[in-house]
Design a binder for this molecule. Structure first.
Ligand code: SF4
Length: 699
């Protein structure tokens, strides 16, 4: 590689594609997929291919720290010293007066692992509150909880290579063809090599992913857990359960079997929107499969029953012994590039570093000792939506938002806006002027973005990759780690001084030693040389890991997995004559989250330039709506305008809105999350973005 080449990793989805950057003499940045990269073998999707334009177009970057003298005043440019001094003084005063739990930090699955680790240590170890949560709460916390309950720890068993060997693949509540495109190309290649591979897609929309499927089940939203239970009962009735595996490696099979015995299969299938024959066919495919894999993401996770849905899918793998062997297993896909890294460092308000439990006194003692602090508070901190509720009620006084745009991405955006408006003190640390929370910020801190800072991320298959810094941050923007360090040192936490991100990485790695995610053998040179390494990678045995549980020893103390039939769950939002339709939300192919980066790229705008409401022609016609009409979408929390896109690909009774757009054409036009609610899964606290009761009317 020449001196002007850099190896890095794509900063969008959880696939984790390798990118090679070359800097031309004229300063232009060119990029290509890294040909020998273990994840993408040179391929990139439209978003990754255009990342260089995001660096080139600096028109919407934050260049300087800004501050308001007080609420109601304009933001004014200030020096870093002034901004940090004000932030520190205000946080310190609030903590003195109201205690550490009066402040909160809301971070992102796009933060680098070093930033994630550092802020966890700062907040949980030194400030003394666990009010640190992440937008990954919105993405995969239901999967985290379900893996922990069923397998004993949040450990994702399969790898991407396992996909190459699958002969039956069930994709539920995910559209990887658009949201994890390079991973999906692997599945397309598999299908081409082995056309006999069975692909089943469960989704209320016939997506691009479904177009490759042998069978698409247009499920009635909210019935996923029941559908998996029907499949479970069919697998038992058709003698596909693996009794040897169940006897030696699983607890809870008899309860599972007894609970399912009362299910009326025909009726339950209909409740899910399927006929029984179709589900019998699926059961035969799974039962006869040599290697059965499942892929899922937000369609299962973002639900008041997210954990339950995950568990029932995991049960199908445990029932058939299709876990802990090559080519099989339940594979939850992370939406964000570093949702997995966040999990590793304990980046949720309910976790501690290296998957340690906050509720475990010995884990708290161990981490406190390692960090050199007296103790760690054992009470779980506020989750993402709880922080908003707490700000709104006045209990939480200050919030620091890093690398996320909650006024567009959190559910019930009306409530989020009211809460941020009420914050006594709000800090927004971001790269973009488009972060809507800036409207209410007291202090705005300009951060360096992708390519302007160094660190690591972990993708969906546990591969830790290094990201290079190859461009200068614009204006006075700084890497997030440096910003946090300025604050920590000003607060007087001298031991939080560090000189390089690798120092933080090595500390994080040392804290994993002896755990199931032990990466004590890793450093930046190894990561760079290998273009990423899958954990664990302990110094005692520095060999890249394959799939997990290949020895069939699960992480519960007795080594057995658990089939869990029921966990506490909430109902989905009730429909009524006023709000008879189910709104589900999601991504489109060429945009990322709230478009603060992809929205800058002309080429990416061409795919779908404007927001739309996908609606079945029967639902449209009964409301007098035609293709392209501007419509009102109304729910219990608000209403927005959109443009109708009539499609037979969506189930009747269900409508779909993309989640990306914030304020355009006036505030009321497109913000999808004005309609979604604040209901969360009682176990994972993940909000529901997939089932809101709405009505659609002509404008
Ligand atoms: Fe980036 Fe994901 Fe596309 Fe790969 S698949 S290039 S990681 S957005």
């Amino acid at each position: 590689m020449s001196k002007t080449s850099y190896a890095t990793t794509c900063s969008y989805c959880g696939v984790g594609c390798g990118i090679t950057i070359s800097k031309e003499k004229d300063g232009k940045i060119r990029l290509q997929g890294t040909p020998d990269h273990p994840v993408n073998q040179g391929q990139l999707c439209s978003k990754g291919r255009n990342l260089n334009y995001v660096l080139e177009n600096q028109s919407e970057r934050l260049f300087f720290p800004q501050m308001r003298i007080s609420k109601g005043h304009e933001l004014r440019r200030v020096s870093w010293d002034t901004a940090i001094e004000r932030t520190t003084a205000t946080f310190a005063a609030l903590i003195r007066r109201f205690g550490p739990d009066s402040v909160g930090f809301y971070v992102s699955g796009q933060c680098l692992t070093e930033e994630y680790y550092y802020i966890n240590k700062l907040v949980k170890g030194f400030i003394g509150t666990n009010n640190l949560d992440t937008n990954s709460r919105l993405c995969m916390s239901s999967a985290v909880t379900a893996y922990t309950l069923a397998l004993g720890e949040d450990l994702v068993p399969p790898t991407y290579e396992d996909l190459d060997q699958a002969d039956t693949l069930l994709v539920a509540g995910a559209n990887p063809a658009w949201c994890h495109p390079i991973l999906w190309r692997r599945v397309e290649a598999l299908k081409e090599r082995h056309p006999e591979t069975k692909i089943i897609v469960i989704d209320p929309r016939r997506t691009q992913t479904a177009s490759l499927a042998d069978l698409h089940i247009s499920i009635i939203p909210g019935t996923d857990a029941l559908l998996f239970q029907v499949l479970g009962k069919l697998l038992i009735d058709l003698n596909y359960s693996d009794s040897t595996f169940l006897q030696h490696h699983v607890e809870g099979f008899e309860t599972f079997k007894n609970t399912l015995s009362g299910i009326n299969l025909t009726q339950a299938s209909a409740e899910c929107g399927s006929d029984l024959e179709t589900l019998i066919q699926v059961a035969h495919w799974i039962g006869k499969s040599k290697n059965f894999m499942s892929l899922w993401s937000m369609g299962l996770n973002q639900s008041p029953q997210g954990v339950h849905k995950n568990l029932q899918l995991l049960n199908l793998h445990l029932l058939t012994g299709q876990i802990g062997k090559e080519g099989s297993g339940p594979f939850s896909l992370t939406g964000q590039p570093n949702a997995m890294g966040g999990r590793e460092v304990g980046g949720l308000s309910t976790l501690l570093a290296a998957h340690r439990k906050l509720s475990d006194p010995s884990a708290r003692e161990e981490v406190a000792r390692f960090w050199g602090v007296e103790k760690i508070n054992g009470a779980p901190g506020l989750t993402a939506t709880q922080m908003i509720e707490s700000l709104n009620s006045g209990k939480l006084k200050a919030l620091w938002i890093i690398c996320t745009n909650p006024m567009v991405s959190l559910p019930d955006s009306g409530l989020t806006e009211r809460a941020l408006q009420k914050a006594r003190f709000l800090v927004v640390q971001d790269i973009s002027v488009k972060n809507e929370a800036i409207s209410y910020a007291d202090v705005v801190l300009p951060a360096a973005g992708w390519g302007e800072k160094e660190g690591t991320m972990t993708n969906s298959e546990r591969r830790i990759s290094h990201l290079s810094a190859f461009a200068k941050p614009p204006g006075e923007a700084l890497p997030d780690l440096e910003i946090l360090q300025k604050f920590a040192l000003k607060m007087g936490f001298r031991s939080l001084e560090c000189t390089h991100p690798e120092e933080v990485f090595l500390e994080h790695a040392a804290l994993t030693e002896g755990t199931r995610i032990d990466i004590s053998g890793l450093n930046y040179s190894i990561l760079k040389k290998n273009r990423g390494i899958r954990w664990p990678y302990p110094k005692s045995n520095p060999v890249e890991a394959k799939g997990l549980f290949l020895n069939k020893k699960f992480a519960h103390p007795d080594g057995k997995a658990r089939m869990i039939t029921f966990v506490p769950q909430k109902e989905h939002e009730e429909r009524s004559p006023d709000f008879p339709l189910i709104l589900t939300t999601g991504r489109i192919r060429d945009q990322w989250h709230t478009m603060t980066r992809t929205g800058l790229v002309q080429k990416l705008q061409q795919h779908i330039p404007l927001p739309f409401l996908e609606i079945h022609p029967e639902d449209a016609s009964s409301r007098g709506i035609k293709e392209g009409d501007v419509v009102w979408v109304k729910g219990r929390r608000g209403e927005i305008k959109s443009r109708a896109k009539l499609s037979l690909d969506i189930r009747q009774g269900v409508v779909f809105l993309p989640m990306h757009w914030g304020k355009i054409l006036g505030n009321s036009f497109a913000k999808t999350n004005r309609l979604t609610g604040n209901s969360t899964d009682p176990n994972s606290f993940q909000p529901d973005f997939k089932f809101s009761a709405v009505e659609v009317q002509p404008f």
